[in-house]
Design a protein around this ligand. Structure first.
Ligand code: SF4
Length: 303
C-alpha cells in the first residue's frame, strides 16, 4: 500500500533511480522515514488533552454594568490611533458592535450625493470621529474649510479650542465622539472665502446620518456647539444661544447641554466668556458623575 506520504516519495525516488539518477542517500533516508511512520501508525493512538479550563464564571454585577459615577476612561489607545474613529476601546461591552455599525454607516455617508450643490464643492464628506462608545458627544453645525480638507470635524482653530476644552475636562479627543449635523462643507459663492453657516434645509437633509450616529453611540450627554447646532438638533428657528447655554435640554431622551461654538471664544477670548463655556462643561462632568478637582473648578475665574 502506498498511502503514506513517505511511500509515495519512496516510489518516486525509486522510479528516478531506475531512470539512472544516483539517489542512494535519499532512498536510505526515505526508507528510515517510512519505517518510523509505519511504526507510529501501528502504535495505539492515545489522545491527550490539556485539562479544559472551568467554564467562565458569570459576570458579576460590577463587570456587567458600569456604575453611573464610575470613572469612564478605562481603556488605553495607542498614541497613533488617537482621534481615529476606528479605535477599539476595551472598557465597555458592545463597543466593537458599535464600531462595526458606525463603519457600516460610514460607506453610504461618504458616498452620499443628496445635496448636488455640496457634492460639487466639497473635497470630501466629514463623517465624525472618536470613541464609538463615548459618554459625551460634541455636535457642531458643519465642517469648515480645514475639516473639508482633512476629513475630520473640528481640526481648525476652533477645533483646537475644542480639543483644549476636552483636555481640560480630563478627556482625550479619542474618548469622546465629535460630529456635525451637516457632513459636507457648505459651499460659498465663487470668489468668496470663509465658512458659510448651513441652512436649516441643508441640515434637515443630512440630519438622519447624525441621528443614526447618536442611535449607535448612545451617549449619556450631548454637547451642542453653538446656536446653529442647537437649532438644527431641536428643529427650532432661533436658538438664542446666549440665553440657552448652560441650561439642560433634551434631545431624544438624551440630556443636551447647549454652549457657545468654540469659534465664539476665538472672537471673544476673555476669561468671562471662557468661564461661561467652562461652567457648561463642569455641568456635563457633574452629570456624568465625574470627579472634578479644585483646580478644574477654578479655571477662568478672576483671581
Ligand atoms: S450634506 Fe449630508 S446629505 Fe448632503 S450630500 Fe453631504 S452627506 Fe449627503
Amino acid at each position: 500500500m502506498t498511502d503514506q506520504p513517505t511511500d509515495i516519495v519512496f516510489a518516486a525516488l525509486k522510479q528516478m533511480q531506475a531512470n539512472g539518477v544516483h539517489l542512494r542517500g535519499s532512498l536510505d533516508s526515505c526508507e528510515r522515514l517510512r519505517a518510523t511512520a509505519s511504526a507510529a501508525s501501528a502504535a495505539p493512538r492515545t489522545v491527550s488533552r490539556a485539562p479544559q479550563p472551568a467554564a467562565a464564571a458569570p459576570a458579576s454585577a460590577e463587570t456587567r454594568s458600569r456604575p453611573e459615577n464610575a470613572p469612564k476612561i478605562t481603556f488605553s489607545i495607542a498614541p497613533e490611533a488617537k482621534g481615529r474613529e476606528s479605535v477599539a476601546p476595551v472598557s465597555k461591552s458592545g463597543s466593537s458592535e458599535k464600531s462595526a455599525q458606525l463603519n457600516a454607516l460610514r460607506g453610504p455617508v461618504l458616498a452620499c450625493t443628496k445635496c448636488p450643490h455640496l457634492v460639487q464643492s466639497r473635497t470630501q464628506v466629514v463623517f465624525g470621529v472618536g470613541n464609538p462608545d463615548a459618554d459625551v458627544m460634541f455636535v457642531g453645525e458643519a465642517p469648515g474649510a480645514d475639516e473639508d480638507l482633512v476629513g475630520e470635524p473640528f481640526v481648525g482653530k476652533a477645533g483646537q479650542t475644542l480639543t483644549k476644552m476636552i483636555d481640560a475636562m480630563n478627556f482625550r479627543r479619542a474618548d469622546v465622539y465629535i460630529a456635525n449635523i451637516l457632513k459636507c462643507r457648505p459651499n460659498t459663492p465663487p470668489g468668496e472665502s470663509g465658512n458659510r453657516k448651513p441652512t436649516h434645509a441643508e441640515m434637515d437633509v443630512c440630519k438622519p446620518y447624525l441621528l443614526r450616529q447618536i442611535e449607535i453611540i448612545q451617549p449619556k450627554v450631548i454637547v451642542a456647539l453653538g446656536g446653529i447646532a442647537v437649532e438644527g438638533l431641536l428643529g427650532i428657528d432661533k436658538a438664542g444661544i446666549a440665553q440657552m447655554r448652560g441650561t439642560w435640554k433634551e434631545f431624544r431622551g438624551i440630556p443636551m447641554m447647549p454652549t457657545f461654538h468654540p469659534s465664539y471664544l476665538l472672537h471673544n477670548p476673555s476669561n468671562t466668556e471662557k468661564r461661561k463655556v467652562w461652567e457648561d462643561m463642569l455641568a456635563v462632568l457633574e452629570r456624568l458623575g465625574h470627579e472634578i478637582t479644585a483646580k478644574q473648578r477654578g479655571y477662568f475665574l478672576a483671581k
